[in-house]
Design a protein around this ligand. Structure first.
Ligand code: NFS
Ligand code: SF4
Length: 644
């Protein structure tokens, strides 16, 4: 396959060509080597939960040794994927809560409460008394409340109360309101082990319940605590793509998901002492940039550039210009040290729960974060001298990007500092200037040309007057395309959306952060409901979630909590459930009756656009706002009267 069929952006193209010249194998080669991937796995009908197996279901052999049929096996596998995703997001959340607790106890080790406003707001949301109390006292109560969210045995999560009352009632009635996050994960693992829960419907309900513990629990908590400790994001300008790497600077990439270390590295790499050291080593300075969701976290809060998304992690090393790539948890490919061996790059793993053969393990001590970070930066500076300049080729492509759209930031943009509110957005949706809101989320996957689906989809949606919210690698795809700029509104957005975006100076595609920040999309949906005029439950809001190029179990969990929250989800490739018509029917149809939303498989972006329009129109129809606006040419006087 030619590189043009594998990746979309110029930088990736050049790096991939270089990889082949340098005889370095990437995931794109390994994808080819996998040839015919296992069709049983793909359909979800392979079972390995006991050692009478592994069993697979075929047209002739319809049961495993224990008697489990396709429905049971597919449902169990699906639930286990949701568990994996939920555990990943939530364990990340737990670390942050433990850090918040230490900060509250005065043992923060270099961390502090950066956003006291966010802390007090969160305290009020959870009915913690915050008036006339020190921020440390409030933080301690909040941290304890959040820790309890992991441990609750018999009560539903307190974070569910952030949802509209009507949605809470649905969860209660359908018995999917999750108890403690850890309990949900453990219970699901129990229920999917040999000889326990065999009823596919019962298993599916547990999948929704577990996923809700992620979206409204673990991920939401991670987001709230990140905002308190590191600051609530607000719009910030930066750049994205491999071109941000410096020809003559010490390049340090932070890759993974946990913001704890990268936050400190952001400070340390700006330290004059470190910059001096870099200069003494012959470099012009230090470039710090991110890969994957860590990139999104530090872009949102510090304007630090994005080097690339998931499928660019290997390509970044192939530039030959990276001194150190710091990895922690999630989405870090085990291939990295081998690729790094072809250059001078050092892969540094930092978390004791995530080691990779070939990587240098420097355990990150959050209690002594600055010393740990300085050590990493010093090693990178030393390593600069080993850079083989004959092996360096940094693609020039990069695009400016604006990120940092927390829900608060969107409110300010829409309403201004003194009357921050979602009202103008609701009005624009009701008036038909904006048709609805779509969240495009998730990964890239070498099964399809990187970013291709995401990019076509994004352009088509804004052309159809749909406001697009983005997170994760899907956001990076747009960043690389230059789609995360207000200017994009002028060129690509439909007239109604353009009018709104121009009036408030907002891009039509908003970067809301990392994958745990998908809970920001839920938060935005709740704000829209609260603002009024678009129904009293999330399922009534004209909104859709789309995961075009997903690959991770985390994406399965995210899709599942979106649907359980009442938001229809379109998948670019189906879940591994094709082996059971019952499970497929349940997720793609029946769950609509339970939650007012379901999954939809759309192989190509145009099909996804049609489906999106269909869903949004139906929502608008039932709200009674689907009337076509009379076309009218505004004169200056009318314009002044426009509310947005
Ligand atoms: Ni999300 Fe972030 Fe990217 Fe996919 Fe991986 S980085 S948490 S899982 S690949 S979007
Ligand atoms: Fe086979 Fe049943 Fe064991 Fe699964 S649980 S491996 S289907 S015997």
């Amino acid at each position: 396959m030619s590189v043009n069929e594998l990746v979309s952006d110029q930088a990736s193209l050049e790096a991939l060509e270089k990889a082949s010249l340098d005889c370095v194998e990437t995931c794109f080669d390994r994808m080819g080597a996998q040839k015919n991937q296992c069709k049983f796995g793909k359909k979800g009908i392979c079972c390995r939960v006991c050692h009478m197996g592994p069993c697979k279901i075929t047209p002739k052999v319809t049961r495993g040794v224990c008697g489990a049929d396709a429905d049971t096996i597919v449902a169990r596998n699906y639930l286990r994927e949701v568990v994996g995703g939920t555990a990943a997001h939530s364990d990340h959340g737990r670390h942050l809560v433990l850090r918040l607790k230490k900060v509250a106890q005065g043992k923060g080790g270099g961390y502090e409460i950066k956003d006291e406003g966010a802390l007090r707001r969160a305290a009020r949301d959870f009915k913690i008394d915050e008036e006339k109390r020190t921020k440390e006292d409030v933080a301690l109560d909040l941290a304890n409340l959040f820790l309890d969210e992991f441990m609750r045995q018999e009560e539903a999560l307190a974070t569910l109360e952030l949802a509209p009352v009507k949605r809470q009632a649905i969860w209660k009635n359908k018995k999917v309101a999750p108890l403690g996050i850890d309990r949900m994960v453990v219970e699901s693992m129990h229920r999917t082990t040999m000889g326990v829960d065999h009823d596919y419907k019962n298993l599916m309900m547990q999948a929704f319940r577990t996923a809700l513990a992620d979206g409204w629990g673990g991920s939401r908590i991670a987001m709230i605590v990140s905002d308190i400790l590191f600051g609530t994001p607000s719009p910030v300008r930066s750049d994205a793509n491999l071109g941000i790497l410096g020809e003559k600077t010490v390049n340090i990439l932070v890759h993974g998901h946990e913001p704890e270390l990268s936050e400190i590295l952001a400070v340390v790499s700006n330290d004059p002492e470190m910059i001096d050291l870099a200069k003494q080593a012959g470099a012009e300075g230090i470039t710090l940039a991110g890969i994957c969701c860590t990139a999104n976290e530090i872009l949102m809060r510090h304007g630090i550039p994005i080097a690339g998304s998931f499928l660019q992690q290997e390509l970044a090393v192939v530039t030959g210009a990276v001194e150190t790539m710091v990895i922690d948890v999630q989405c870090c490919m085990p291939s990295l040290p081998e690729i790094a061996a072809a250059y001078h790059t050092e892969i540094v793993s930092t978390t004791d729960i995530a080691k990779t053969p070939g990587a240098t393990h420097l355990s990150f001590k959050a209690d002594d974060a600055f010393a740990s970070a300085k050590n990493i930066v010093r090693r990178a500076i030393d390593n600069y001298q080993r850079r083989d300049h004959s092996k360096v080729a940094i693609p020039s492509a990069q695009s400016p990007v604006i990120g940092g759209f927390s829900v608060d930031a969107i409110k300010y943009m829409l309403g201004g500092r003194f009357r921050a509110s979602f009202r103008p957005l609701n009005d624009a949706i009701m008036a038909g200037r904006i048709k609805g809101v779509v969240g495009i989320v998730g990964c890239n996957n070498p099964k399809t040309k990187t970013d291709a689906y995401i990019n076509v989809l994004t352009k088509e949606l804004i052309a159809n007057n749909i406001l697009v919210l983005k997170t994760g690698c899907a956001a990076v795809a747009s960043a690389k395309q230059g789609m995360l700029l207000p200017e994009a509104a002028l060129e690509d957005a439909g007239a109604g959306l353009r009018e709104v975006c121009e009036a408030v100076g907002m891009p039509p595609v908003l970067h809301m952060g990392s994958c745990v920040d998908n809970s920001r999309i839920l938060e935005a949906a709740v704000e829209i409901v609260k603002e009024g005029g678009l129904g009293d439950d999330i399922s009534q809001v004209p909104a859709v979630g789309i995961a075009p190029e997903w690959m991770s179990e985390k994406a399965v969990a995210i899709g599942t909590y979106f649907v359980a929250s009442g938001i229809n989800v379109i998948l670019g490739q189906p879940f591994s459930i094709g082996g059971s018509d019952n499970v497929t029917g349940f997720l793609n149809e029946s769950c609509n009756e339970l939650f007012g939303a379901s999954f939809h498989d759309c192989e190509d972006p145009y099909q996804a656009v049609r489906k999106t329009l269909e869903i949004l129109d139906a929502a608008r129809e039932s709200l009674g706002i689907n009337t076509k606006l009379e076309r009218k040419l505004y004169d200056m006087d009318d314009r002044r009267k426009l509310d947005v």
